[in-house]
Design a protein around this ligand. Structure first.
Ligand code: SIN
Length: 355
């Protein structure tokens, strides 16, 4: 339409301009909240794809670099943080979630995109999946190559994320992660490769769909409750209960769990071997810590499959909970939020089977 306008006379140009403005009015309004990461990273050369500096480029430049965004949404940007995502903390999450909830309450916002480092993108996505109080789309996007690299993936990922956040298809799907033309659900997605572009997978459970030339194509939905269906409310919280993860291996000892307990943790997620198995000294100490009031969640370092209640431990007797199919890093998030509501292990276990 714009091309036709330029070729024709003044009257038609004005009509065309009005038509174009009208078309823009009909585009969805998408707010981009920027937090840093490789998508905003710069390297020394165009071939630097490792050893670059994350979180350098501001949100306005990220938007300017993708003029095609104007075709799919009316976009505004806001810099919430400028950090590499390994520095994402519980306090950052609370601040981000409150801002997302504020923004989504506005009648003139149809969806939110969050630009984020890929290292902890899955954790932020799952946290928001549990605490955002809206059915409007929230899409988290990152990049595996810095903005200065040849074939940087940030611009196309951002384009797809904005299109997805403005789409009707994404409404009510929970928080989504989109990179590499794929749509992943927050609960099941995880980073599976330290450097390749197709690193984000929901191993075995599967991705939700694809972005095809800016069109969202969904094939599945998460069956677990999320966003406006959850019981969690972070609106008045300034901190989250202290929960850490200990990692199982051969020769497993109690040094880490003892340190966590001494530091005042109220919950420990244990990433056990296999189906969340615990060595005898670890099982004994975790049982003692549970008796002292610390909540123990048994998870698995394997990355696929459920950690089964009563399988490798008598969880009823020791009063532990199990993480179901959540990875240890996501079990930590759910245990923290659960502990803002209750200290009852049966209730906490229910939450692990609900979310
Ligand atoms: C980060 O997570 O901030 C750095 C790595 C990345 O974004 O890919």
């Amino acid at each position: 339409m714009l091309n036709q306008c330029v070729k024709t006379g003044l009257t038609l140009t004005l009509i065309c301009a009005a038509f174009t403005a009208n078309a823009a009015d009909k585009l969805p309004n998408v707010m981009i909240l920027a937090t840093g990461g490789t998508i905003a990273g710069t390297g020394a050369t165009s071939t630097t794809t490792v050893g670059y500096t994350a979180a350098k480029i501001g949100v306005e430049r990220l938007i300017e670099a993708v003029p095609e965004l104007q075709k799919v949404a009316q976009v505004k940007g806001e810099q919430v943080f400028q950090i590499a995502s390994e520095n994402m903390s519980n306090e950052h999450w609370l601040k981000l979630a409150k801002r997302v909830n504020e923004v989504l309450k506005k009648s003139d916002v149809d969806g939110v995109v969050i630009t984020h480092g890929t290292d902890t993108i899955e954790e932020t996505a799952y946290f928001l999946n549990l605490v955002v109080k809206s059915k409007k789309p929230v899409v988290i996007v990152g990049a595996m190559r810095p903005a200065t690299a040849i074939s940087a993936d940030g611009p196309i990922n951002l384009y797809n994320a904005v299109a997805l956040a403005g789409s009707k298809e994404a409404v009510g799907q929970g928080v989504l992660v989109s990179l590499n033309d794929e749509i992943q659900g927050a609960r099941d997605v995880t980073k599976t490769n330290t450097m390749t572009g197709n690193t984000f997978r929901a191993p075995e459970l599967g991705s939700l769909g694809y972005m095809v030339s800016g069109q969202a194509k969904f094939y599945r939905s998460s069956t677990r409750k999320h966003t406006s269906e959850t019981e969690f409310d972070i609106s008045k919280l300034e901190t989250l209960p202290a929960v850490d993860i200990a990692y199982g291996s051969a020769n497993a000892n109690t040094l880490a769990i003892d340190a966590f307990a001494a530091a005042g943790d109220v919950g420990i997620v244990y990433a056990g071997t296999g189906d969340g198995s615990l060595s005898t000294p670890v099982r004994t100490r975790l049982t003692e810590l549970r008796q002292k009031g610390i909540h123990i969640n048994r998870s698995s370092r394997v990355g696929n499959g459920p950690t089964v209640r009563g399988g490798e431990n008598d969880d009823d007797k020791t009063d532990f909970t199990v993480s179901d199919t959540l990875t240890p890093q996501k079990a930590r998030i759910l245990l923290m939020l659960a502990l803002t509501k209750t200290k009852d292990s049966k209730e906490i276990q229910r939450m692990f089977y609900t979310y």
